[in-house]
Design a protein around this ligand. Structure first.
Ligand code: SF4
Length: 276
């Protein structure tokens, strides 16, 4: 599925930035046409206001590889998160190849790429990442393709993301998965969590992080709009889970226990980390 996206080619001053999660993060695009309903990167609009809603604009940092080349003259090699505020392999990357070129530069300079994507386009770049000690991770929030279409309308189908993990493994790369956010009452049942973990266990995924839905800025408006439209009776439970401290604490404790049990049942408790 696709929707109209306003594309602007822009020049950036830096593309490799210090990060709290890894040593660095790298984003070749501002905005993300995957248009996930729960996307936390919406906060970017506070610093880079756009007239279009989130998911319907992308600024392409057209000089990213040249800027990175300059930055790499001084930067100490380390782990780079690709990407933290967009998907580096969103549809426009097929044309621009900026993330590919930046990953090539990073690897050539001894940096480790930690890729996280919802796109099978990354299969194109396994040749660049192979042999570098880099890791390829995909996000999975549900195995239900109907839910995926509603929540992540323009990202790759779940089956394609699982194929990414299988191919990355075959290419000798480390693999990971972000299961998050688990969608309250939709993909967070013990059965759903176990089914996802079982698929990842069968693929031999090296490490798996699980996250809950978080009340990040601007997320509620978007989530509430979808939930009210498709599952009106869940609007109030969602609001409570996000904003009522007592209800949230109880929900998270229960979810943590469900994740732990599912990880044990899937035989991979040592590879699963609940980050909430
Ligand atoms: S792929 Fe990631 S950055 Fe892009 S819209 Fe979805 S959650 Fe946001």
């Amino acid at each position: 599925m696709s929707q109209p996206v306003t594309v602007r080619e822009v020049e950036c001053k830096s593309v490799l930035n210090k990060s709290s999660l890894f040593d660095y993060s790298l984003n070749c695009y501002t905005g993300c046409a995957h248009a996930c309903v729960y996307c936390y990167a919406r906060y970017m609009q506070r610093f880079h206001p756009h007239p279009e809603p989130w998911g319907q604009f992308v600024d392409v940092k057209i000089n990213a590889p040249q800027v990175l080349k300059n930055q790499l003259r001084r930067a100490r090699p380390g782990d780079v998160f690709v990407s933290s505020a967009c998907d580096g392999w969103q549809p426009l990357e097929a044309k621009y190849k900026l993330t590919r070129e930046c990953c090539r530069l990073l690897v050539d300079h001894g940096f480790i790429v930690n890729a996280l994507t919802k796109s099978s386009l990354i299969l194109r770049d396994l040749d660049v990442l192979a042999g570098s000690g880099s890791k390829v991770a995909v996000t999975i929030t549900t195995l239900d393709e109907n839910l995926r279409l509603l929540w992540e309308p323009c990202a790759s189908p779940v089956a394609e993301r699982l194929r990414v993990l299988a191919e990355a493994k075959r290419a000798g790369l480390k693999t990971g998965s972000m299961i998050g956010p688990l969608l309250p009452y939709l993909s967070d049942s013990p059965e759903s969590i176990h089914a996802i973990l079982k698929q990842l266990a069968d693929l031999g995924v090296d490490d798996i992080t699980v996250d809950a839905l978080n009340p990040r800025p601007k997320v509620w408006e978007s989530v509430a709009a979808l939930v009210s439209r498709r599952w009106p009776s869940l609007r109030e439970p969602y609001r409570k889970i996000l904003f009522d401290p007592t209800a949230r604490e109880a929900y998270l404790a229960d979810l943590r226990a469900r994740v732990q049990s599912a990880a044990i049942a899937a035989g991979i408790p040592d590879r699963v980390w609940a980050c909430f």
